[in-house]
Design a protein around this ligand. Structure first.
Ligand code: AKB
Length: 315
């Protein structure tokens, strides 16, 4: 174990943060993982907690100094659906938060940064199937525009100031420990809770909307593997494509029905449909596989079983 690593997770109360904290605790010890969010987090009681708004750069620097932080995982963001409703805040939080962290890394207050990007960086003219790492990118959501701009800035800070920033374009993430907040792929988590509680679900996307998805355990492992990879192996300093599986709401519902035969799904597409329609259906992640040995564990069948067993226990 590398005992000199002191981690700050910003936005630790969100869907990724909760599971990432648990995984980092196991590797580095909870005394070396500091969690922060704009509101108190339930359930991460082992870790030191700081109330922190990433837009407050002075306070961020105080926290970095207080704990002698070496690495930041910057997870605070507005996701696609929420940012579309509040474009100004979406742009401000997603961009200024990143600048604050990159600038502090440039000034050598921290050594390494993880920043999540998303499949939302792609747009309607991007090839939809097996979307390559390098291709047309014309995002048409506030979230996608902020993530694409952020990726370009990450690469620029790396090239200009040797800031060691690493990033992944997450697909939709699905896990049972934490809830997603404000994304277009959120249906793929909600559906399990509704199937188990009420045996029915109304989906806000059309039945044939194919999107790239991943179990959150795979996503968290990928994140840590990327952060631990030797710097010389990394050829992408914008953000890596990452893939595991793709499915439509109809295909997911059919797999859930194998476990819960009485489950019924209905469709009432809303404004999130056009966001989903602008995104890829599947992703070519060969750069991640070749550069740092990425391999997913969960396919759709394994994911469905894992979600049903664990949510059943939980509720
Ligand atoms: C969203 O739906 O906004 C996110 C994402 C794919 O980045 N889950």
């Amino acid at each position: 174990m590398d005992t000199s690593t002191r981690i700050l997770i910003i936005g630790a109360g969100g869907q990724i943060g909760v599971e990432l904290t648990e995984a980092l605790n196991k590797i580095y010890g909870h005394q070396n993982v500091i969690v922060s969010d704009i509101k108190k987090i339930e359930g991460l009681d082992e870790n030191s907690f700081e109330l922190l708004d990433v837009l407050d750069k002075n306070r961020l620097l105080d926290v970095i100094k207080k704990y002698q932080i070496t690495e930041i995982y910057l997870l605070a963001a507005l996701l696609s659906a929420t940012a579309e409703k509040n474009p100004e805040l979406g742009w401000k939080l997603n961009m200024e938060g990143l600048f604050n962290v990159l600038d502090l890394a440039k000034e050598k207050h921290i050594q390494k940064v993880f920043w999540p990007s998303s499949i939302a960086v792609f747009g309607p003219h991007t090839p939809k199937k097996n979307t390559p790492q390098y291709t047309v990118m014309d995002p048409n959501t506030v979230y996608g525009i902020s993530k694409l701009a952020g990726e370009r800035w990450c690469e620029w800070y790396y090239m200009k100031y040797a800031v060691d920033v690493r990033s992944i374009r997450y697909p939709g993430l699905i896990g049972w420990k934490s809830q997603p907040g404000g994304g277009t792929t959120d249906y793929a988590v909600h559906i399990f809770y509704e199937a188990l509680k009420h045996q029915k679900y109304t989906c806000f996307l059309r039945e044939d909307t194919m999107l790239p998805m991943m179990h959150i355990e795979d996503a968290v492992r990928a994140t840590i593997e990327l952060m631990q990879a030797p710097a010389h192996q990394l050829t992408v300093r914008s953000s890596y494509n990452l893939a595991a599986m793709s499915f439509t709401p109809k295909e997911l519902a059919e797999k859930i029905k194998k476990h819960i035969p009485e489950f019924q799904i209905h469709y009432a597409p809303d404004f999130r449909q056009s966001i989903a329609d602008s995104w890829p259906q599947s992703i070519d992640d060969s750069y991640a596989r070749n550069d740092w040995g990425w391999k997913h564990v969960y396919d759709t069948d394994k994911l469905v079983e894992n979600m049903i067993v664990n949510i059943k226990n939980k509720i």
